[in-house]
Design a protein around this ligand. Structure first.
Ligand code: ZN
Length: 205
């Protein structure tokens, strides 16, 4: 943005909250936000399963399932936004069927649960904290894979990557962490004609 003094910028009119008209008619929607966080330890081996893709590495993540730390954070964010509990309740790590389980498949199960509950995914914003592998070149690949698993448009997904600045468990390459915020929406009534997904970001066909 050019350097225009604040007072001269053309901001949209701000209406005080209490003076806003309530939306008329049925064309409204309801939104919810959820947060997910996960950590998995690293051990020698490879590859690293992250965001539903296998990344060549001389270390791998430790976990009961395939230990996909990003998909676990996404799953928790979606379940949390819908008020449907968490990944540990849906897929207990004491259950034999969850040993080595594909986290993409678990995420699809969670997506079905939120869909049955009436919710659509508006967007996801995720951060992966990893010293290595360097994720910069892979962010778009992971973004596309997340969109594919969830059957939404890549524009509805954001994947960011941070290092641990060589301190803490992430910085010492002992662990990888992931965080995700998910926004869900639903029509306010079955009669509502508008989608709660913005027209610029329609669902993938
Ligand atoms: Zn996990």
């Amino acid at each position: 943005m050019p350097n225009i003094p604040l007072a001269k910028r053309n901001f949209p009119a701000q209406i005080p909250l209490g003076k806003r008209d309530l939306p008329e008619g049925p064309a409204t929607y309801v939104a919810r936000v959820g947060i997910g966080h996960d950590t998995h330890r690293l051990r020698p081996g490879g590859p690293i399963r992250l965001g539903g893709i296998d990344i060549p590495s001389d270390s791998e993540m430790v976990g009961h399932s395939d230990a996909d730390v990003l998909l676990h954070a996404v799953t928790d964010a979606l379940l949390g936004a819908a008020g449907l509990g968490d990944i540990g309740e849906m897929f207990p790590d004491t259950a034999a069927e969850n040993r080595g389980r594909d986290s993409a498949e678990m995420l699809r199960v969670a997506k079905r649960a939120i869909t049955v509950a009436g919710w659509e995914i508006a967007n996801l914003d995720c951060i992966v904290h990893a010293e290595r592998p360097k994720l910069g070149p892979l962010k778009q690949v992971i973004r596309g894979r997340l969109a594919e698993i969830l059957e939404i448009a890549p524009e509805q997904v954001s994947v960011k990557a941070k290092t641990g600045e060589r301190v803490g468990p992430v910085g010492r390459q002992e662990a990888i962490e992931a965080q995700c915020v998910a926004s869900l929406c639903t029509k306010s009534s079955p009669a509502a004609e508008t989608s709660c997904i913005t027209p610029d970001h329609p669902k993938s066909p």
